[in-house]
Design a protein around this ligand. Structure first.
Ligand code: 13P
Ligand code: SF4
Length: 300
């Protein structure tokens, strides 16, 4: 009998599909993906593929971003309930009101936001280019939505810009505490500390390296150190272990994003078989959101 892995390989060929997976996905899902990466890498990959169908193993905002960049292609989400909690912390109406309250400021929006919010932004960013995007703004100031921690980090890195920071946050990264990090450091005194910029400022202040999940991987690959405390979601361990054999990684084990675990081998096979859970967005929304997303990937 055909295994689920063999079924995925067969269906992928039949549908001329590509599978993209985020670094936090389940290990077995990362292993069957054609490309695994961070939000920026995955968005760029979505524009480079000549596949007719994109299966996006991640959360809804990631699949929506791929659809904005590929309105003519089918973008399938293995489980449409995979919603990023932070992306729900800001509405398009709130952005419109903030623009009216701060005339002349540009809206910089973290990619962890809904497509409807992206349609109201001037430029999108990911955790890997937020600082570069804010520092290259033509205006003197920015309204940064929805992540307060990434917004504060970008603002601290660009002291010449006036940045109004939203109040949203990632519950998983926000829950990583100073005490947890102190305990990890005392248990592993030789480890380098890497933190995702969605962590609280106090936690970022304890890190040696701050960056996106892909920046973390690149750092661990080229570092001559053997041990790392990794302050992000635990799914990242698989990607690090596959790519850095012999090195050891310590995580705050409670940092688990349930939404990122919803893509399974079974749900991937099912959407490929039945072509279900396709992302649908109103064409006017796609039109308005395309420019900020293209600016994010460096295409305009
Ligand atoms: P990266 O773009 O760094 O992979 O982050 C995505 C994310 O959702 C972090 O919680
Ligand atoms: Fe959203 Fe946080 Fe999950 Fe990333 S880890 S997808 S920011 S809820």
């Amino acid at each position: 009998m055909e295994s689920v892995g063999e079924r995925i390989v067969r269906l992928k060929k039949e549908r001329k599909a590509v599978i993209l997976a985020h670094n936090y996905c389940l290990p077995e899902v990362q292993d069957i993906a054609d490309f695994v990466g961070d939000s920026l890498g995955l968005s760029r990959k979505a524009t480079e593929t000549d596949a007719e169908v994109i299966v996006f193993c991640g959360v809804t905002f990631m699949a929506e971003t791929a659809k904005i960049l590929n309105p003519g292609k089918a973008v399938l989400l293995p489980d449409p309930a995979a919603v990023c909690a932070m992306a729900q912390m800001c509405t398009p109406e709130q952005i419109v009101a903030a623009k009216a309250a701060h005339p002349g400021m540009e809206v910089v929006g973290y990619v962890n936001s809904t497509a409807a919010c992206k349609a109201e932004m001037d430029v999108c960013c990911t955790s890997s280019n937020a600082v570069d995007i804010v520092s290259s703004l033509g205006s003197e100031g920015a309204i940064f939505v929805p992540d307060r921690n990434l917004g504060t980090y970008a603002a601290r890195s660009c002291p010449d810009k006036d940045v109004v920071v939203w109040s949203g946050f990632c519950p998983i990264h926000q829950s990583i505490s100073v005490q947890q990090v102190a305990e990890l450091k005392s248990a592993h005194p030789d480890a380098e500390v890497l933190a995702h910029p969605e962590c609280r400022t106090e936690v970022l202040n304890m890190a040696d390296v701050i960056g996106s999940t892909e920046k973390m991987l690149n750092h661990c690959r080229q570092s001559d150190r053997d041990e790392f405390i990794v302050l992000t979601e635990v799914g990242m361990r698989h990607r690090l272990e596959v790519n850095c054999p012999g090195k050891r990684f310590y995580f705050p084990e409670s940092a688990v994003c349930g939404a990122m675990k919803m893509a399974t081998l079974e749900t991937v096979a099912e959407v490929l078989e039945n072509m279900t859970n396709g992302v649908e967005l109103p064409s006017e929304m796609v039109e308005r959101a395309r420019r900020p997303v293209e600016r994010m990937i460096g295409r305009s």
